[in-house]
Design a protein around this ligand. Structure first.
Ligand SMILES: C[S@@+](CC[C@H](N)C(=O)[O-])C[C@H]1O[C@@H](n2cnc3c(N)ncnc32)[C@H](O)[C@@H]1O
Length: 325
């Protein structure tokens, strides 16, 4: 006999899929369109639409038309069992790495929606943002930020890859020493950087950086830390190569759950929490530590990023005085 399953089993089936739970978590707080959901969840429209249909069929969400789009939201009057089940699932899914990343992308999406509506109401500020992008693109000011670097600096671009960071810094500083373990990457960097005579490429491992002690004024580890089995060992090496007071800038991923990156791209770490970065830097001889999540680019498909800055400790006064006497 094949009796109709009780409603609770249908509810369990709807919420057993992680993506559906993530979608519901987003729609629990505000209405979103399919394309906004695609950007946040980082899945194609066909997949998101399939999940939305399943959630709508199960009575979990409702849609209302606005202009040419549909806006989706969680059903406000879920039945008692469904609501209790959802509260339980929400409690467990909410703190997951994927849902945390979703929330960050949601904030960017909502910010973009606000600026679009500003534009719609044709404030002069909204018009200027659009005109600025049309005329000059939306990234030139980020490239120009490298001009804050002191022109006397020697900077280490550690794990330089194809040399994008070195190319951004080279016009503004005295010297860039770019280090990477991969000869293929260094070959590509050589091509990119051929017009700069102040960039030196060195092949080597970051666990034994081929740079003398206290040589660098500043260093960057851009999208490198997640490849390193022992990040603290490398950070101690960076501290050795920096002058006292020298600055380090790290960019890497926030915690995420994309296990496949390990096989596909040789990642060792699935991102880093702010506490992990703070602790590793402190234990490796750095102070003045700041860790800030970067505002996600809504077009980006990868996990959210953070930027961390820190300064190598200055020798303590007490130590100096002891040496003098
Ligand atoms: C994801 S790429 C990032 C490249 C570049 N920093 C950028 O932002 O485009 C990581 C780079 O780190 C290098 N790398 C990884 N582990 C390394 C190690 N232990 N020593 C030296 N280089 C390493 C790789 O060869 C690769 O070029």
């Amino acid at each position: 006999m094949n009796a109709r399953a009780p409603a609770i089993h249908d509810h369990l089936a709807s919420l057993s899929d992680t993506t559906r739970s993530r979608i519901l978590l987003l729609l629990d707080r505000q209405e979103l369109t399919v394309s906004e959901l695609c950007g946040i969840i980082q899945l194609p429209q066909s997949t998101v639409s399939r999940h939305l249909k399943a959630l709508a069929d199960g009575g979990w969400i409702t849609a209302r038309a606005e202009g040419t789009s549909n806006l989706y939201a969680i059903t406000r009057d879920l039945d008692g069992a469904a609501r209790r089940l959802w509260l339980l699932v929400r409690e467990h899914v909410g703190p997951s790495a994927a849902a945390t990343q979703d929330q960050r992308r949601l904030q960017s999406t909502l910010a973009e929606r606000r600026s679009k509506s500003q534009e719609f109401f044709s404030s002069s500020a909204g018009q200027w943002d659009r005109l600025r992008d049309e005329l000059f693109g939306d990234r030139f000011h980020l490239a120009a930020m490298a001009a804050f670097a002191d022109r006397d600096w020697t900077v280490g671009d550690l794990g330089c890859g194809t040399g994008q960071v070195s190319a951004a810094l080279a016009p503004f500083v005295a010297r860039v020493i770019a280090v990477d373990a991969s000869s293929a990457m260094l070959q590509a960097a050589k091509k990119r950087l051929h017009q700069f005579d102040n960039v030196e490429l060195r092949r080597g491992e970051l666990e034994a950086i081929p740079i003398d002690d206290a040589r660098l004024d500043a260093a960057t580890l851009m999208l490198v830390l997640h490849h390193l089995p022992e990040p603290e060992r490398v950070l101690a090496e960076v501290a050795r190569a920096l002058k006292p007071g020298g600055r380090l800038v790290i960019v890497d991923m926030l915690p995420h759950d994309r296990e496949t990156y390990k096989q596909q791209m040789g990642h060792v770490w699935l991102g880093f929490s702010e506490e992990h970065v703070q602790r590793s830097l402190r234990d490796s001889g750095f102070g003045e530590i700041t860790v800030v999540p970067l505002s996600p680019d809504v077009k980006a498909k990868g996990p959210g990023l953070f930027v961390a800055t820190a300064q190598k400790h200055m020798p303590s006064r007490k130590h100096e005085d002891t040496k003098k006497s």
